[in-house]
Design a protein around this ligand. Sequence first.
Ligand code: GTP
Ligand code: MG
Length: 350
Amino acid sequence: MLTLISFSNRIPLCKTQLLRAVFLSSQPEQAPKKNLGKLVNVAIIGAPNSGKSTLINKIVERKTCAASNKVHTTTRLARAICYSNDTQIVFLDTPGVVSSKEQKKYKLPDSMLAACHKSLRCADVIGVLHDVSNRYTKDSLHQNVVTMLNLAEGIPSFLVLNKVDKLNSKKQLLAIIRNITNGFIAGNPIPGAEKNIKKKQERGYSHFSDVFIISALNGDGVKEIKDYLITNAKPAALHFQPTEFTDQSHKTLIEEAVRAKFLDFLAQEIPYNLNILLEYYEEDEEDKIICSVIVECPTERIMRLISGAGGGRLQQIKSSARNDLMELFKKTVIMDLQLKVKSKPVSDMI
Ligand SMILES: Nc1nc2c(ncn2[C@@H]2O[C@H](COP(=O)(O)OP(=O)(O)OP(=O)(O)O)[C@@H](O)[C@H]2O)c(=O)[nH]1
Ligand SMILES: [Mg+2]
């Protein structure tokens, strides 16, 4: 049962106190002591919207990585960590790779592609997510993914064909695998692919060690990937403590989770033009998270549009974001979400 709190009834904190509350909550309490165990760092790369963050969340069993139905939900490198006995799996979630043409069109920062390259430098294994339900791109790997894999050729990589739940027939999967792997898996030609290879231009990467066919959304085939990663883990000093599930601050986690909901609920480019800021964060004595998020809208008209009739849409966004945050932190979350244009707030409380 949630306790209802009106932020407007609370004594406002000055800016320094607000920042301190957020800052303190994101600091480790002591210098971390490194444990010994098995470790595998896994970079997950792929085209935008292929399901990278969804897959990671499914494996770590937490909504650590923000995911939405729109492209460019992930904009920076983020780690999500899970444990299986003495084995630590550290996922590196990355922004979707884009061509320089797409980068210009969507005004995306260079840091997004840089984050993908950085993830490869930290990786022991690379997982490539590929959306088999996208009829325009299903038969070839994104050129930038191929380039990145060629640059990281010494690092083992596996291919993940995702969103199979959306296919009416699974018959096409073999042809997709042949195309995406150039007819080779683990150095061996796929039977029957030889003629294909000679006729067609290379559309993929020839050095994947393994191929998985999954639905990250409903979890089909996901356990096999986790087991595969555990068998690839090597003895090492573990960087993260058993209680840590990400390297992201609470501020970033909350802002990204809220942003993902705006991407889910709003059409076209509107959600990309919002500025989302955590204004207040506190964990109370009952271990509940209390936070307040401000969403700056570019114009009054957009603010009204987002709010929806009677503030209904904003309520939906807030309730959905709060559910995700509760799944992320595994704690009760009480959230205030306000829209504002410049200095005009429209409060909407749960
Ligand atoms: N039907 C179906 N949808 C999926 C599956 N995996 C992911 N999705 C959906 O695909 C959309 C994109 O998922 P994300 O996990 O955000 O994809 P991403 O690759 O991280 O996207 P970016 O961060 O924007 O590059 C979401 O709406 C997911 O629910 C799947 O296996 N089946
Ligand atoms: Mg993502």
